[in-house]
Structures are given as C-alpha cells and as structure tokens.
Design a protein around this ligand. Structure first.
Ligand SMILES: C[S@@+](CC[C@H](N)C(=O)[O-])C[C@H]1O[C@@H](n2cnc3c(N)ncnc32)[C@H](O)[C@@H]1O
Length: 223
C-alpha cells in the first residue's frame, strides 16, 4: 500500500491498520462463537442481495464471506491490513475461491468511477477512520443505479444502552479496532447514496443496510 502521509487522517488510518494487523492472528478465534450462532446466517442474507456480475467486497478481513460468494460473479476484495489479507489469501487458496485480493484503503479506492454493479461489506464501516469518506468512495466506484449492501452493528436507539455503548467505546476501539457507537445508516445517506432499506437483525444494534447509487443502471441483471 502507498506510504501514508503525515496528516491527522493518515495517522488515524495507520493506527487503525496496525490494530487490525495486531488482531489478525486471533480474529477467527475471537469471532468463532458469534459466527456459528448468528453471523453465518446474516452473511448468507448479505450475499443474497448481490446484483450483477462485477462485485467489490470492502474490508474482506480473513475471508469469512468466501463461503457465501455467489457463482457467476467476478469478485474483487480489498483490505488495508496486510496481515488480515494474508490470512484471506491462504483461505482463498485452501477453499478454492476465485477472488482478486488487493491491499487498499477504503477511503482511497484505486478503482475508476462506476466500476462495480454491487459493493458489499460486513462489519467494516464501524472501523474505517472516516466512514463518510469511505462511503463516498463506495458511491464513486459503484455504477449508477448499482447496489450497496452493508452488514453493520450500530449505536442502539435505546437511550440507556446508547449511553453504555458510548461509555465503553474508547476501550473497545483500542482493543478491537471497531467503534460500537456509529450511526452508519446516517453515514450512508451523508455519502450521497440513497438508503432503500434498513433491516434490524438483532437487538436494534445489528443491521442490514441496503442502498443504491443515484442514476439509471445500464446493466441488465438476470433475476
Ligand atoms: C471487523 S473486521 C471485519 C472483517 C470481515 N469483513 C468480516 O466480516 O469478518 C474489519 C475489517 O475492515 C478492515 N478495514 C478497516 N478499515 C479499513 C479501511 N480504511 N480500508 C480497508 N479496510 C479496512 C480491517 O482491516 C478488517 O479486516
């Protein structure tokens, strides 16, 4: 990945990248229980929303979505953490998954405008240092009329729970790299995408956010 500059934003990105490098060896172990109890079903739902052939997965991590990649698609997947990516590479090889893995910052995607039919991610915009900038990049690389689907945990609408989430957030960020107090559906709307549907998956915290880039699609999708 290109060398980071020295602005406050670059420093925040480098700190976040290092956190994910640090937890990469433990990531699958840490998430093992929730993966089996709920995440697996939600990932299946996320990937059932794919439209078109050219797909971008942002923040691929260790490749937990690989089993859900739909056939007949061309998938590019990016992550800024070299250690997360190297685990994803090993997994892709072991599982025989065809995916173009690249090290890249979601806030500075190296793809041309209007390149992908669908852009997806799971549990990523809680940790992208500037989530609106990252989502603006998602909007840029998505084709007009294209689909954006995010699986995210967000700040609860319950005032007591929200207070607690705000209180423990700094500790969670330091330990896990993820913010548990973001309003990601609002961030999606701020990026210029049109939020079409927000589905509550659990406890008012886990959400499936479906959005679309403005404009008319030129692509004919098979239903
Ligand atoms: C909580 S993990 C989720 C990984 C995977 N999507 C999953 O569902 O298991 C967050 C991932 O987002 C990546 N990430 C965070 N900020 C990023 C950024 N600015 N650019 C690219 N990847 C980023 C991290 O390196 C990490 O792999």
């Amino acid at each position: 990945m290109a060398k980071q500059g020295t602005s406050a934003a670059d420093k925040a990105t480098e700190i976040a990248r290092r956190r994910y490098n640090r937890i990469a060896p433990l990531y699958d172990l840490m998430e093992g229980l929730v993966e089996r109890s709920s995440y697996g079903g939600w990932r299946k739902l996320l990937w059932s929303k794919v439209e078109g052939k050219k797909i971008l997965e942002v923040g691929v991590g260790t490749g937990k979505n690989f089993p859900f990649y739909p056939g007949g698609t061309e998938i590019t997947a990016i992550d800024f953490s070299d250690r997360m990516l190297s685990r994803a590479r090993e997994k892709a090889q072991m599982q025989g998954v065809k995916v173009n893995l690249q090290q890249m910052d979601a806030q500075d995607l190296k793809f041309p405008d209007n390149a992908f039919d669908t852009v997806l991610s799971s549990f990523v915009f809680c940790s992208v240092p500037d989530p609106v900038r990252g989502l603006q990049e998602v909007e840029r690389v998505c084709k007009p009329g294209g689909k954006v689907v995010l699986l995210e945990h967000v700040l609860s609408a319950n005032r007591i729970l929200a207070w607690l989430m705000n209180a423990v957030n700094p500790m969670v960020v330091r330990m896990m790299g993820a913010n548990i107090n973001r309003r990601t559906a609002d961030n999606v709307a701020r990026s210029g995408l049109v939020v079409e549907q927000v589905t509550d998956l659990a406890a008012g915290i886990f959400k499936l956010i479906e959005a679309r880039k403005r404009g008319k699609s030129n692509t004919k999708y098979q239903s």
